[in-house]
Design a binder for this molecule. Structure first.
Ligand SMILES: Cc1cc2nc3c(=O)[nH]c(=O)nc-3n(C[C@H](O)[C@H](O)[C@H](O)COP(=O)(O)O)c2cc1C
Length: 300
């Protein structure tokens, strides 16, 4: 299938292709589909993880995703070549708390080299065809509408068509639903996706990795999504086979450490690494105080 494939003009497209040729490798991207479910921070974290792994990305935002992005970040998304780079840099370069991230420059520098954006209405774009080589696709977050559309093969827009193509070509498809509770219909659609070979990886953070803030919980989900896709990442602290290790390893209040993205965090917040008593003194949790038994592991 041929046709307009992204929001870039010819000169920008030529520049990207020259870069690809200079790299001496055929560009084989991950497709990332962002649908209109709540959870745009999950998409941002997955995108940062892919860029950190130096992997090319073809990005498709559904029309509804523009509403959730606007609602959750204040960013007005447009697919045009003159608009999306700044919007994406702002989105990926800002933490969940709305603070500019220290790795902003690194992320921004990678966008032009690694990312292509396709309009969701552009069914002639490359990901519409199985002849366009890709590593697979991640739909994050996945709305119940996109889950239904992919499960039923509706291909109502490029996101759903690209997911359908990913399945029919036997490539890895990871779908990240956020909804709760689920209707019976959504559960049946998720089972259909599972049976068709997709990985259903719910946006369901684990609490064993010692997350001290909401961004760390988001990064946990994104890291497990990238695990499901087979993409190496260090977005979260992995289970080391020791109960409580994530809490005992946490920096003590008042210290500073670096996140997986190089973000500096100052510790000392309420609820971190123990509890604060009525007089403001810091109490270690019991499990931190003594020897921690080695028992089983978490389920995931
Ligand atoms: C602010 C906002 C939040 C939404 N959150 C969800 C959600 O968490 N899950 C969901 O399935 N739909 C959610 N929706 C509704 C979807 O956007 C809607 O079903 C839309 O048709 C999905 O289309 P898409 O799959 O093409 O992106 C939300 C809509 C808005 C405006």
């Amino acid at each position: 299938m041929t046709g307009p494939r992204d929001g870039r003009d010819d000169a920008q497209r030529d520049a990207v292709e020259r870069d690809d040729a200079a790299a001496g490798a055929r560009r084989v991207p991950w497709i990332v589909g962002v649908s209109g479910a709540s959870g745009t921070p999950y998409a941002a974290s997955v995108l940062r993880g892919l860029l950190a792994a130096d992997l090319p990305v073809d990005l498709v935002l559904s029309r509804a995703a523009r509403l959730t992005l606007l609602d959750e970040t204040g960013i007005a998304w447009r697919d045009g070549a003159g608009a999306w780079p700044a919007a994406l840099a702002g989105w990926l370069g800002t933490s969940l708390a709305g603070v500019a991230r220290p790795d902003r420059g690194t992320v921004t520098g990678q966008l032009d080299r690694l990312v292509r954006v396709h309009g969701a209405e552009n069914l002639a774009a490359q990901p519409s065809s199985g002849s366009y080589p890709t590593r697979g696709m991640i739909v994050v977050p996945a709305s119940t509408a996109s889950i239904a559309g992919i499960a039923l093969g509706l291909s109502k827009d490029l996101l759903q068509r690209a997911a359908d193509v990913t399945l029919k070509e036997g490539r890895r498809l990871v779908v990240v639903p956020r909804e709760m509770p689920f209707t019976g219909a959504t559960l049946r659609h998720l089972l259909a996706l599972h049976d068709a070979g997709a990985v259903v990886a719910a946006a369901s953070p684990g609490f064993y990795a010692g997350a001290a803030d909401a961004q760390a919980l988001v990064d946990f989900v994104a890291g497990r999504v990238l695990d499901a896709a087979g993409v190496p990442n260090s977005l979260f602290r992995r289970w080391v086979g020791e109960l409580g290790a994530a809490r005992t390893d946490r920096p003590r209040p008042g210290t500073v450490d670096d996140t997986p993205h190089g973000e500096r965090r100052i510790h000392g917040g309420r609820g971190e690494n123990g509890e604060h008593g009525q007089n403001g003194e810091h109490r270690q949790n019991d499990a931190n105080a003594g020897t921690v038994p080695r028992l089983g592991g978490p389920g995931d």
